[in-house]
Design a protein around this ligand. Sequence first.
Ligand code: FAD
Length: 455
Amino acid sequence: MLIDKQTNFDQEKLSFNEIDEGFTTKEAIAEAKRCLNCPKPLCRAGCPIENEIPGFILALAKGNIGEASTIIARRSNLPAVCGRVCPHDKQCEGSCILTKKNSGIRIGKLERFIADFDAEMGIDRPNRVPAVHGRVAVIGSGPAGLTVAGDLAKLGFEVIIFESQEEPGGVLMYGIPEFRLGKEIVRREIKRIEDLGVTIQTGVLVGSDFTIDELFKKGFDAIFIGTGTVLPKIINIPGNDLIGVIQATYLLRMVVLILSEKIDKKEIPINSHDRVVVIGAGNVGMDAARTAVRLGASKVTVVYRRTINEMTASQSEYEAAKAEGVEFKWLASPIAIVGTDEVTGLKYEVQAINEHGKLYGTGKIEVILADKIISAIGQRPAARIVSTTQGIEVDNNGYVVTRERPYGMTTRKGVFAGGDVVHEPATVVLAMKEAKKLAVGMAQYVEAKKLLENC
Ligand code: FAD
């Protein structure tokens, strides 16, 4: 193994290219044939969007990849994405009966294989449904917005997505790194949603370029807000404004822009051989840590105030980070970022757990040396839309309040919301699950509205 003299990492091997290789056709069919086709499929119950898993696996086992793809498309607009980034171990694969015998079906990899095969071969082209039922505006093109848009287009609505970034996709495009989710895959899935008849306008910041009220004046029957949690939570400790403190989501976005040659390499906020400390052990923290490794950091340490058992990152992300050389400091609660103008380290208090399982500070203070501190302690929603629109209630933390009937409608009539902007940052598939219910709620709302207008 070739180890760079100055670093702990095998940087030659660690590029930004997608790591996990998919199944070959032979492997995929062999894997599909192992499925027991349970009469009560637990895998489907374990999938938040109730993908017809046994159905697509059976079709694949028979070698009918087109049918497998059609079955998946009935529930999901983003199969190649879900096949790569869903926490399968906690969902479908975790529920598979064979998992108890340590030989669970690799459902995520099968879904990914079918989606990739279909995209390469172009075997299942979605049918466009005439847009006759009404006009819907979708704000934000993350998994929530894309799902609402795709499902409403399939139901016969004209859908226009307004997205502030240069490219659609939300976190799929600007958050999850290339080595876990190739951007060409995201572009490909979005193209399929456009093929359903959805129009996407990028570079439009709703709440600034125009308001929700102006959208209604343009003749939209209903509006969906799927704007996610775009603002990072700022760590409230001394030194948080020193040079060298970087927000994880900012770093991840910069790397996407550099890889797609939209900005110059020298804009990257991490230098080769920097000692990097990441605060936070969620998926965002793991992605930032693994990105820092790829940028040439000499040492990357994730600091977390609780134990490994409370870490919110998925086990597979944690293991991948460890395998790449990332170190972990558990029970370390940051109390100050050290430095005069620039970061030189992170001061933390060592934590312990008492006999009742409660965390407490031991009073022991330690410092870990660092040139860069990446803060990955969470995100929160921006207020740009709600502050420019009357009647949309938010909770104390800025999350949009919605109701059950019609599902997902805010306190403003005709305005719906879903995805991370409604709940705490969650997962792609949970944003999709909610969005699917929302699309139905929006369709019902528009139908009722038109009925009343016609009376
Ligand atoms: P987003 O994906 O955040 O999309 C919101 C979109 O709205 C953005 O494109 C934004 O530009 C746009 N927008 C915001 N304001 C406006 C406005 N005023 N006008 C126009 N457009 C606007 N989940 C998993 O399941 N697996 C993972 O491995 C995983 N890894 C993650 C890694 C990172 C780094 C991050 C940040 C999240 C990760 N997640 C993961 C979580 C998952 O990506 C989110 O839960 C999901 O993207 C939420 O979808 P969304 O559509 O609600 O919001």
